[in-house]
Write a protein that binds this ligand. Sequence first.
Ligand SMILES: Nc1ncnc2c1ncn2[C@@H]1O[C@H](COP(=O)(O)OP(=O)(O)OP(=O)(O)O)[C@@H](O)[C@H]1O
Ligand SMILES: [Mg+2]
Length: 260
Amino acid sequence: MKILKLKNLKYSYGNCEVLSDISYNFFPGELVGILGANGCGKSTLLKVIMGFLEKEKGEIFLDNLEAERLSRKEFAKRISFIAQKSNQNLNFTVLEVLKLGRVPHMKNSFKGLNLEDDKIVDGVVKKLNLQNYLNRDIKSLSGGEFQRVLLGRAFIQHSEVILLDEPTSALDINYSLEFLELLKEEIRIKKMIGIIVIHDINLASLFCDKILFIKDGKIATSGKPKEVIKKEWLEKIYNFTPKILNLENDIYVLPKRGEK
Ligand SMILES: Nc1ncnc2c1ncn2[C@@H]1O[C@H](COP(=O)(O)OP(=O)(O)OP(=O)(O)O)[C@@H](O)[C@H]1O
Ligand SMILES: [Mg+2]
């Protein structure tokens, strides 16, 4: 079984330590939510996994291969990434952005995409209902539409791991639910490893198989949503007193008025 394994990861910006001793195993078919207060190190962790930031200590293994030994192309075949802030101000059409997802798989970059690539792009376009957007400039899309295109590009990349940094933070509740349902289904069907940074505790409890709470660059606790989305942990992580309603199988977290 393919596992993404983080072992004792450490990272500092200058002499300011932001991640210390992060160890965790991610399994296929699971979506893991990374939660924690602003500035606790969530985006830094994803950037270290992506190799955008060079880890100070520790190891990252994918399927028993050390990630840093993979070429950029091999790495891109295995791991896709949707950043917290993606540049929408580029002169590309939706179709061009989607096709970029096949670049790591291209055997001959002069020949462009082959029939098999086109079939993969077509399948994802239908799945995400993007047929009517293909010739639109990405600049002209709404925030929600743009996020759906980025998800499409990641699906087209056919990677084993998908990392997402707050992909739903600018989306309304319908777009958020649709986005997370599509993501969850793809992860389940393709047995991908999914890692999502998300602030909404209710959405995390609905969609994530596991939750990893980060505080001050360390894993404070991890487990299934029902095991860790608890008053005592939320108090420790966010320093606020929640009111948790357990309605049937769902968990709703509300701030308790007048208390902090
Ligand atoms: N390039 C940088 N140089 C110096 N410090 C940085 C840099 N990028 C981030 N930091 C600091 O590192 C800490 C962690 O930042 P990070 O972006 O990982 O937080 P986060 O958990 O993703 O927060 P948010 O929920 O606000 O997105 C913060 O204190 C931030 O100010
Ligand atoms: Mg962040």
